[in-house]
Ligand binder design. Sequence first.
Ligand SMILES: Nc1ncnc2c1ncn2[C@@H]1O[C@H](COP(=O)(O)OP(=O)(O)OP(=O)(O)O)[C@@H](O)[C@H]1O
Ligand SMILES: [Mg+2]
Length: 349
Amino acid sequence: MSAVLLGYELRTGRPIEVPVGHMAITGQSQASGKTTTLEGLVSRCGLRAVAFVTKRGEGSFRVASPIPPYFRDRCDWPFIKSILEATASEKLKFQLAEIIKICQHYSGPEGSWDEPKSLRDVMANAETALKKARGIASRVYTELFEYLRMVVPEIERLPYSKKLKLRTGLNVMDLTDYDFPLQALVVRSVIEWVHHNAEHTIIAIPEAWKFAPKQRGSPVRLAAEELIRQGAALKNFLWCDSQDLAGISSVLLRQVTVWLFGVQRDPREIERTLEHIPADTAKPTKRDIATLGRGQFIVSFEREMYRVYVQPAWMTGVHAEAIARGEEPVESAREIVRDFDLEHAGESE
Ligand SMILES: Nc1ncnc2c1ncn2[C@@H]1O[C@H](COP(=O)(O)OP(=O)(O)OP(=O)(O)O)[C@@H](O)[C@H]1O
Ligand SMILES: [Mg+2]
């Protein structure tokens, strides 16, 4: 398995490499430097990667190619079930019959319709069925219709690409203009595309607790779990970026081989983080996690554990090593970022 330079061990300045595999990175917003870490790793590992910007002010990707959002319409029942679960109040275990019905050709007491070819068709079928259905079936159709009514017009309004072209290095899709349900559909489309068409590709899932939650189904979770089960042979990897590990699908967490812990301050949050690390992985202490600084992570893999200052993509190794040893303050990074931004101003337009 190939390895990638993460950064330099605190105090000693020893270079620390990590295996390239499924990864989870956690830590307090802004104070830790998760996005900067992902970008640094991608810039050095030689694989292609796709990441997403989902909230405004997330200006941390600097060494990246912007690509248009990719979306592929799908209307098979497992997919429709997953989007319904993502929004419905509880797990819709017993309503499969209704979901399957509106995803196929149907003619019966609830109306008649053709096999849907798009989400808009599924929405129309749900609306037709809604008029005649009773009881729990009527609730399922209502929830489905309400959900689709939210996303379908947005999908049709916003520009997106039906083809996905990934360049080498880091590709970033800006989804800040989209509402969460549509962001999720784009992330899912990308995961599925990678699963079926790509090798040696990394997908960084932003806010994994929200996109691939433990408690309920979601389009991203469904696709991510499929990829993670089969992806390792093709060297497709998921990197989960999450302020909170506790909320992430356990199917995903079980496959993680490289753990990166950034600073967290709330003792209960730290405890929850530690609870989610598998028993055979080296565990940092609460104090270790609480005392980390910006850009500092504890990395844990294959029973090894190091405290590391992570080298950002825009910083030289020599400088990062000096920060790790404490010979340079971490604040010196600000000037480097500023110079980098000035030098590359206008490049991504
Ligand atoms: N290794 C580092 N060295 C110096 N500065 C860093 C480092 N990592 C991050 N920073 C700085 O810290 C700030 C926050 O970084 P970043 O956006 O990566 O954090 P994040 O953990 O992804 O935050 P969020 O959870 O809000 O997405 C940025 O200004 C970034 O330049
Ligand atoms: Mg981030």
